[in-house]
Design a protein around this ligand. Structure first.
Ligand code: NDP
Length: 310
């Protein structure tokens, strides 16, 4: 069995080592533009270039090294239609997302950002607290990772809500669905957490119009993709005082350019796309398991729906 392994940074050796342990019958090969690719059974890729996808018409499946499919779906026209694209399902990312979002929510709720500033200024001053009962947290996207985040937030007792394409029944969570449910979801959300996949339907969803529907003093957390946020609109909403601040892990251009105005806005907390890192061990184990299922003719989970784009 031959696996094509591709990452934009070219560092495939650790992946090949892990596959050698988990799937000893597999030989891993690299791709380079212009060089002849030997016939491969499967591809395991992240952010593949279009030229590479043209050579994958014969593989049995393309596995992604991450949860988001946007980087491959932007080449949807080139992708061989019959080849399943399989994303990672959690693979250790859910717990990381839970940590990140819970930290950002609690930091805002308990005003730790202010206490850090006060401590730096040698100031001892207890601040008024937020009211838990009205501190609603709304997660956009109730998928594999969104649900893990809701699970992590549940013990704190905030009113929880989720917005997704189809309605959900999740313990202790008020569900809103589809375009019709978006307004009511936003109007009742104090902290909005974006955990949507990036598709034509969700790009720019946190724009001026939708940010204005959040209550005054709302807080924005984006751990999905930079293009979900209309960046100038968010900055204007923060500077006007309508939005209290934001914690952003993802940006339209990454690394975030040094001259980007977000760096100079103290109410925006920036992290370098680390909310949930791909854990190679767990990912390789999961992909090897799914290859086994496909080889036995069994169905696999986490196949991208080409029509929906996620
Ligand atoms: P899933 O595909 O499992 O879930 C997506 C959720 O979004 C589903 O609940 C889906 O609804 C909902 N959704 C999709 N389209 C719409 C729409 N048009 N309107 C309303 N709801 C919609 O994704 P994951 O939870 O696994 O991951 C979410 C995203 O997190 C990834 O796509 C990726 O972009 C990002 N990510 C970021 C990382 C980071 O480090 N910052 C790391 C890993 C992932 P339904 O349930 O009805 O289908």
């Amino acid at each position: 069995m031959r696996l094509l392994v591709y990452r934009p940074d070219g560092n495939i050796a650790p992946w090949a080592d892990d596959f050698a342990r988990c799937l000893p019958q597999a030989q891993c090969v690299a791709w380079s533009e212009g060089a002849r690719l030997p016939p491969c059974d499967y591809a395991v890729v992240w952010a593949p270039p279009e030229a590479m996808l043209r050579e994958l018409a014969e593989v049995k499946a393309i596995f992604l090294m991450g949860a988001g499919a946007d980087a491959i779906m932007k080449h949807a026209g080139t992708l061989p239609a019959h080849v399943p694209i399989v994303r990672l399902g959690d693979a250790g990312m859910g717990v990381q997302m839970g940590e990140y979002v819970a930290h950002a929510v609690l930091r805002y709720f308990r005003r730790f950002d202010h206490y850090v500033d006060q401590a730096a200024a040698g100031e001892w001053k207890p601040l008024a607290t937020h009211e838990r009962e009205s501190f609603s947290v709304g997660v956009m996207g109730a998928g594999a990772l969104g649900r893990r985040v809701l699970d992590c937030l549940r013990p704190f007792g905030f009113p929880l809500q989720a917005w997704s394409r189809s309605a959900k029944e999740i313990d202790g969570v008020r569900s809103f669905a589809g375009d019709d449910g978006l307004d009511a979801f936003l109007r009742g959300t104090r902290v909005v957490v974006c955990m949507l996949p990036l598709t034509d339907a969700t790009a720019n969803i946190l724009n001026r119009t939708n940010l204005a529907k959040l209550p005054r003093g709302a807080y924005v957390i984006n751990v999905a993709r930079g293009a979900h946020v209309a960046e100038p609109d968010l900055l204007a909403a923060i500077q006007s005082g309508h939005i209290a601040g934001a914690t952003l892990d993802v940006f339209r251009n990454e690394p975030l350019p040094r001259q980007h105005p977000f760096w100079d806005e103290p109410r925006i907390t920036i992290t370098p796309h680390i909310a949930a890192l791909t854990l190679r061990d767990e990912s390789v184990r999961q992909i090897a398991g799914k290859i086994g299922q496909l080889e036995r003719g069994e169905p696999v989970a986490d196949v991208i729906n080409r029509e929906l784009g996620y």
